[in-house]
Design a protein around this ligand. Structure first.
Ligand SMILES: [Zn+2]
Ligand SMILES: [Zn+2]
Length: 323
């Protein structure tokens, strides 16, 4: 077993973080509202909603096109997904890793993307990550969207057209994703599923924007299954498109490897140290910080120096390497 070490000089160390205010004791609902609006929604979540609105209204075939499961409509969705990823994820990769626009400022790991490494498809981390994201990821997402639209077009599932209800469901979906992601991700860490599927995502210890949905097709089938809840929960078909765009794009800044993006004097939040720690240590932080299921189930790593030491000590004990 490889034993990690932790030094604050390794790369950028953002320090410890805490669970959102609602889950502290005592709970702080007002602080939570502030956290949700200004830390969670602004700016990334609003960006995913905005891109989804544009995609749904301008770059999605009519629902009626799916009545007979039109194959060309499915291919269109696939190409739309790949185009959106090339624009949004490609921009981040180009700026951070090709152009190296901010050098290593705010970078958690001092290494760049791996090249000539046999563990990656094509022996190249970026090409590997792009391949699994664009072919399997965008393809599986298109299949789910087409399937849901087929069900809507044939009136097999209920639909809602109210704008306020759609807005409420959009916000609720972030929380639902917290449960859905924790459940499927935790399951994927059980052997043999980990070896068969999830280990492909974990080839990326040092992650980049394209690592976000670089997953085995089996993991994509679980990961993108979120809109199946709309078979039971009446919602606008927009929520299906939003689920797919959100699940495709939101992991790109969170895996970017940079805690903040710097554009000249301007800076905005970027990666998620919570999930970076999952890639570094594998057996902590399985969920999302918005809904800290890890805290309740004892797998929470808060990024503190003490938690780093604890996890390293636990590994030393397990491996029997302690001197
Ligand atoms: Zn990940
Ligand atoms: Zn994992």
């Amino acid at each position: 077993m490889k034993i990690d070490s932790f030094s604050k000089e390794d790369g950028f160390y953002p320090g410890a973080f805490d669970v959102p205010p609602l889950f502290k004791s005592p709970p702080q609902p007002l602080q939570m509202l502030k956290w949700f609006l200004f830390r969670f929604m602004w700016y990334q979540s609003l960006l995913w909603i905005g891109i989804s609105v544009v995609c749904y209204h301008f770059f999605t075939p009519q629902i009626t096109d799916f009545r007979n499961f039109d194959f060309s409509a499915l291919i269109y969705l696939w190409l739309r997904n790949a185009t959106v990823m090339l624009l949004i994820v490609g921009f981040q990769h180009f700026y951070l890793y090709t152009h190296r626009g901010q050098g290593k400022d705010y970078k958690y790991d001092t290494r760049w993307m791996a090249r000539k490494k046999r563990s990656f498809t094509f022996n190249d981390q970026t090409k590997d990550n792009m391949f699994w994201s664009l072919f399997s990821g965008c393809g599986v997402a298109a299949l789910y969207e087409a399937l849901m639209f087929y069900l809507y077009a044939n009136e097999k599932i209920p639909t809602v057209s109210s704008l306020p209800l759609t807005a409420i469901t959009t916000v609720a979906l972030f929380w639902i994703t917290g449960v859905h992601f924790y459940a499927n991700h935790r399951l994927l860490h059980v052997r043999p599923l980990y070896d068969f599927a999830h280990s492909l995502h974990h080839r990326n210890v040092n992650t980049g924007p394209w690592s976000g949905i670089s997953m085995h097709p089996f993991e994509h089938v679980l990961y993108f299954s979120l809109p199946l809840i709309f078979i039971f929960l009446p919602a606008s078909p927009f929520l299906t498109t939003f689920s797919m765009i959100y699940l495709m794009l939101s992991p790109s800044p969170s895996h970017s490897g940079f805690h903040r993006f710097k554009f000249g004097q301007k800076e905005v939040a970027a990666a998620d140290y919570f999930h970076y720690l999952h890639h570094r240590y594998f057996d902590c932080n399985y969920g999302m910080l918005l809904l800290p299921i890890d805290k309740w189930l004892g797998t929470f790593h808060n990024g503190s120096y003490e938690d780093h030491q604890k996890i390293i000590e636990k590994r030393l004990d397990k491996s029997g390497d302690r001197k």
